[in-house]
Design a protein around this ligand. Sequence first.
Ligand SMILES: [Zn+2]
Length: 276
Amino acid sequence: MSYKLESPHSFRESQFEPHDSYDQNRSPIMAFYGNQLVISQSGNFYHKFMDLDGLSTGETLFVGKLDGQSCFAIELFDLQEHLKPVPLRNYLNDDYETFSRASRGLQLIDWDRNHRFCGACGAQTERGKTEWVRFCPECDHRVYPRLSPSVIMAIRKGDSILLAQRPQATSDYYTVLAGFVEPGESAEHAVRREVWEEAKLEITNLRYFESQPWPFPGQLLFGFLADYQSGKLVPDESELLNAGWFDYRNLPEHPRMNTIAGRLIAQTVAEIEAEK
Ligand SMILES: [Zn+2]
């Protein structure tokens, strides 16, 4: 049984349009307030420009094309009664498509607002006209939207899966191990290092599974499956709480299938069951 989930965001037409090429009356625009998505009273997350009239905003940013129509994002600095900010995570469970599209908008907005000055010489940067780039007119330093590659991995030992709670998590869920890829590392190396650092375990049979964008703020998670090889579990308690090997028939509360963590766990369970 396969649990692969295609990314449903449908900005498939990738050609770039200028950030100011919007149509005041027709272009759909996503609005963000801080790191929250702003929805209308009726729950719609695409606005028209006229709905945002009179608000203090950042500059309009081209996000991509949906069904042939250019779609934009904008940052709001104030709100009106008919607009309601909601955390992006609210959509993760029930509406992955909205989550996925909005996370693209938010990541581009986040990159744009955090690179207004050149990191090399301090001059004010400008937006590129043909691609998503901010460039420095003084020294030509260029900054593209930034992603942080991370790894996330399900480790299996016989009929059990290694799970733990995360000290910084927003839920009590038990989940799989994860961590950032460091400079100079392959994703595979990062998996082995993280498993060693966080649990003092060696792994084998390491296999790539699938990836998922994770906009908190700009992670791209690469999922792996692996088998336990050796070592006694010694969790790093600054990273893992209540870590342990959990029998696949009796797993604690864990992430759902719309997250790569949930699909890694489900895939491991499916592989164990297939051997029975
Ligand atoms: Zn510069």
